[in-house]
Design a protein around this ligand. Structure first.
Ligand code: SF4
Length: 241
């Protein structure tokens, strides 16, 4: 692989390395302190993440998709929100450990708002954290903060659910869950609307529309949804595995 490609693929790493180099020139003591802290966090991550990945694989294998859809899915309602809050609150480990678990839950059917609730409660209202808070700041401080934080989490979850489309999110984070476009040829009347709107995805053969690319490319998603809306016979469908 060419050096240019490697640099392009690791832009963030290169940027951080440049910042460190600059820091070493301007403030060498601060730079060595920063390196020490980075090494500390890297070691912590290497200790925690393998366990989390193992746990994620076990949960993925043991808990059926239907159970996750029922309890954390889009139709799980307020009970799903409460379960997500409990799951995030009883969790252990640093917040970055929550991301692989959240991704697994999302791909198995959890809704976007419930993922926001799990992540947020994991980050700010974990039970060990609350116990420490009581020790240092007292019960009333912890109680008021908990109530206000839970309200804020629920509002954030609702807003994120409105702003982020679950299917599009799945497309962007996983290959497996890429939605597929299909055409019911019995319904297609060959009007050609879809082909005109998106010729890179649809083509016309013998007065019927066919799919050129079955798997949806993320950039085409919005336009494909528009073709679904415009098709006069509702022959086009989008399915996520
Ligand atoms: S818009 Fe619908 S009916 Fe028209 S060609 Fe496309 S699939 Fe067929």
């Amino acid at each position: 692989m060419k050096a240019k490609t490697i640099l392009k693929k690791n832009k963030l790493l290169v940027l951080v390395a440049l910042v460190y180099m600059g820091l070493f020139i301007v403030m060498p003591e601060k730079a060595s302190l920063a390196i020490k802290n980075s090494v500390y966090y890297l070691i912590e991550m290497f200790e925690v993440l393998p366990v989390i990945f193992l746990l994620t694989v076990v949960i993925e294998a043991m808990i059926p998709k239907e159970w996750i859809i029922k309890h954390f899915g889009e139709k799980s309602g307020f009970l799903g929100n409460i379960l997500s809050l409990i799951l995030g609150s009883i969790s252990a480990g640093p917040i970055y450990a929550a991301f692989p678990i959240s991704k697994m839950l999302l791909t198995k059917g959890a809704s976007v708002p419930n993922i926001v609730i799990i992540l947020s409660s994991w980050a700010v209202i974990k039970i060990p954290m609350l116990a420490n808070e009581v020790k240092f700041l007292g019960v009333s401080f912890m109680g008021v903060r908990w109530v206000l934080t839970v309200i804020a989490i629920l509002v954030m979850a609702w807003l994120t659910g409105k702003l982020i489309n679950r299917k599009e999110l799945l497309v962007s984070i996983t290959d497996k869950a890429k939605p597929k476009v299909g055409i019911n040829l019995d319904y297609c009347i060959g009007c050609g609307i879809c082909v005109k709107m998106l010729p890179e995805v649809y083509e016309m053969i013998d007065q019927k529309a066919f799919i050129r690319l079955e798997q949806v490319i993320p950039g085409n998603m919005v336009l494909i949804h528009k073709t679904v809306e415009k098709c006069p016979t509702q022959a086009i469908s989008i399915n996520v595995d």
